[in-house]
Design a protein around this ligand. Structure first.
Ligand code: ZN
Length: 327
């Protein structure tokens, strides 16, 4: 039945009608706020390209977490910026490490707020790669697994609600699951960065976390942006290894894969709206080319529509404020 019997505009005539038939809802409780906790930071230090995002001292991180909780944001995702780095990234699993201390402090101050930890070695290795290196400079997959598992356990011990491995080593979800279970943390869920692409959109993050590789790049372990079927395979493998949630990262250029991973796995899916995506919106808004509020809410809604249950985004606090004003 087509025009003139069908008129699509009928249901667009008023805000009430549009609200009645809106297919996708966006709520603060679906957002996760990434935070950079730096051992050497005093207060909050600005990050180039990411206005409104800062490298935080422990005290500033607790304050930021309180703000997130007050705004109804579901979770914070912690990245550590340690004072010392070494070849193996041993700061990643230190009991008194920067992330472990932040988890304890935030959980004590905000017991209801979910604290998720990024599990990787790149912020802690002096070469900036996500695992230990062989003599030829490539990342040794199997030797890295044990270190990642040790790191995840140290996060769980500190009180992390979820651990989120982002390294893209093969077999790491299984290795982490086994170690967590063996150490008494069978109830700690794993949010796997399943389809993490070697993307040009991570630029500002690497400055923020001080994790740029000192040589080469990450294309030997992160995914080729051209590959969609492979992303689904990665997600399905993580499901088999015991992932509780899967992630697609970055988000904006990967909506097709958020949808595909959602269909293929049936697991809750997270999308990571990354630093470069944030920086683009901020820069365009600052130059007067975009209405920031409208653009951000449209972007986040589109990720929900693509199939993301949870969105990791640097816009989380602003979005939560805007959503509260709307309702
Ligand atoms: Zn990494």
């Amino acid at each position: 039945m087509a025009f003139p019997k069908t008129r699509m505009r009928r249901l667009r005539a008023s805000a009430a009608l549009r609200g009645l038939v809106r297919e996708t809802q966006l709520q603060a409780g679906q957002l996760m706020l990434p935070m950079f906790v730096a051992e050497t930071a005093t207060g909050s230090e600005p990050i180039a390209g990411m206005p409104g995002v800062e490298r935080l001292s422990l005290a500033a991180a607790v304050e930021e977490a309180r703000e997130a909780a007050d705004l109804g944001i579901a979770a914070v995702l912690l990245f550590g910026v340690p004072a010392q780095k070494d070849e193996h990234g041993s700061g990643a699993w230190e009991e008194e490490g920067v992330v472990q201390a932040a988890v304890r402090a935030i959980k004590q101050a905000q017991p209801e707020l979910l604290v998720v930890t990024d599990v990787c070695l790149c912020e802690y290795t002096d070469h900036g790669h996500c695992g230990v290196l062989r003599d030829d400079g490539t990342v040794d997959n199997d030797a890295t697994l044990e270190l990642l598992a040790r790191t995840a356990v140290s996060h769980a011990q500190a009180g992390a609600d979820l651990v989120a491995p982002s390294d893209m080593m093969d077999g790491r979800v299984g290795a982490i699951r086994e170690e967590l279970d063996g150490e008494g943390y069978s109830q700690t869920p794993i949010l796997a960065y399943s389809a993490k692409f070697a993307s040009a959109f991570y630029g500002p993050f690497r400055d923020a976390a001080g994790s740029a590789p000192s040589f080469g790049d990450r294309r030997g372990y992160q995914m080729d942006p051209a590959n969609g079927r492979e992303a689904v395979r990665e997600a399905l493998l993580d499901v088999e290894e015991g992932a509780d949630m899967v992630m697609v990262k970055p988000a904006l250029a990967y909506g097709d894969l958020i949808a595909a991973v959602r269909r293929a796995t049936g697991l809750p899916v997270a999308a990571y709206n990354v630093s470069g995506e944030y920086a683009m919106v901020k820069a365009a808004a600052a130059a007067g080319h975009l209405d920031e509020r409208a653009a951000v809410l449209e972007i986040l809604t589109s990720l929900r529509r693509a199939g993301a249950d949870t969105i990791v985004t640097y816009h989380a606090k602003d979005a939560a404020r805007w959503l509260a004003e709307q309702s």
